[in-house]
Write a protein that binds this ligand. Structure first.
Ligand code: BGC
Length: 356
């Protein structure tokens, strides 16, 4: 079968290869892959900065954002039938089986020895057929057959927002009404929609004019869109109950804390490059203390966020017709996969590989 592979650590090694078909082990489902999404993590792997092949394999099959149909059901898999539309989670627990991995929360793994499909130590889903342990697979309704590939990036948003609510509700009475989303990439747009769907007044900021596609998608959910080139973050006077940082830019992340209101919370989900900081660290910490603010980071998502995300995708799709489809700007056939991993234009949101 065909698979998209890389040699981790070697930039430019992405290649469409013939590889052996996987044989499902007990408890595993054999899946026919329909779509695979490409994100910044994939680009980091392709550029040689990140990624680890499974032990003994010279290559890593890419792909952690996926949508598949069940092809066959191995012994010990309950609740699935051939043809079900499904998405597997990304992370599997550590060998040590730490407290959180043991508790079904490998996204909170303590040892760092977890594995991630298509990223770290496990093949991904960018192949014609794949396998996954059925305990880490969620079913999707047929209405999501075109956009269900957005479930994995949505789970990153689900966790970042759910944890913000959990933290805040544990420390006081909290009735947030405003949210600021930094970034208008796929994750920023999904965060905008989810927070709007939850009834918050959302402001989404990015570095693009208001009449460009990403800005229009954000506005279509009823969010207020702000182009920071016309109105710099430093000039914004509003303070927000919840700030969701999805740009991955260190300077924007530093700016984020100035926009968080009293008793507010900032959720960071980017990977930030180190750079000489210009912000006064004393000012940052004093702002944190005097405003009872919480800044926290969030990575990955366990199956509970995939279940919640599946239900929210249905709601978002019903509420804003065409919004989710609008995020999937580039559809590339499997045969042209190698060309999919190149930087895209400013107006492109997400590239999806069509695997059939
Ligand atoms: C994935 C996460 C993963 C993270 C770090 C992200 O792109 O969505 O599931 O934990 O990369 O490897």
């Amino acid at each position: 079968m065909k698979a998209i592979t890389v040699t981790p650590g070697t930039a430019g090694s992405v290649s469409l290869k013939e590889v052996p078909e996987p044989t499902p082990k007990p408890r595993q489902l054999l899946l026919k892959v329909l779509k695979v999404g490409i994100c910044g993590t994939d680009m980091d792997i392709v550029n040689g900065f990140y990624g680890e092949a499974p032990p003994g394999s010279p290559y890593l099959i890419l792909g952690h954002e996926s949508l598949s149909r069940v092809e066959s059901i191995g012994p010990g898999c309950k609740g699935f039938k051939k043809g079900d539309l499904v998405v597997p989670t990304v992370r599997r627990g550590c060998l040590e089986n730490c407290l959180n991995c043991r508790n079904g929360e490998s996204d909170m793994c303590l040892t760092g020895h977890y594995k991630e499909h298509g990223i770290k130590g496990l093949h991904g889903f960018a192949s014609e057929l794949t396998v996954s342990d059925s305990r880490f697979v969620v079913k999707l309704p047929e209405s999501l057959s075109e956009v269900g590939v957005l479930l994995e990036p949505l789970t990153i948003v689900e966790k970042g927002i759910e944890q913000a609510f959990r933290i805040q509700n544990a420390r006081m009475k909290w009735k947030p009404s405003t949210a600021l989303v930094l970034g208008s990439g796929p994750v920023g747009l999904l965060a905008t929609a989810l927070l709007r769907q939850m009834g918050l007044a959302v402001t989404t900021v990015a570095r693009k004019p208001a009449d460009t596609p990403k800005a229009r998608l954000a506005s279509s959910t009823g969010a207020t869109y702000v182009d920071v080139q016309a109105r710099p973050l430093s000039s914004m006077e509003d303070k927000f109950d919840l700030v969701f940082e999805a740009t991955g830019s260190t300077s924007v992340a530093l700016e984020a804390q100035n926009l968080c209101g009293t008793n507010g919370v900032v959720s960071f989900i980017g990977i930030y490059k180190s750079q000489a900081e210009t912000e006064d660290a004393g000012k940052v910490f004093t702002n944190l203390v005097l405003g009872n603010r919480v800044y926290f980071g969030s990575v990955n998502a366990n199956i509970s966020y995939f279940r919640q995300g599946a239900s929210d995708l249905v709601k978002i799709r019903r509420k804003w017709n065409g919004f989710l489809e609008g995020i999937l700007t580039n559809h590339i056939p499997l045969a042209e996969a190698e060309s999919a991993y190149v930087p895209k234009g400013e107006d492109d949101v997400k590239t999806v590989l069509e695997m059939e």
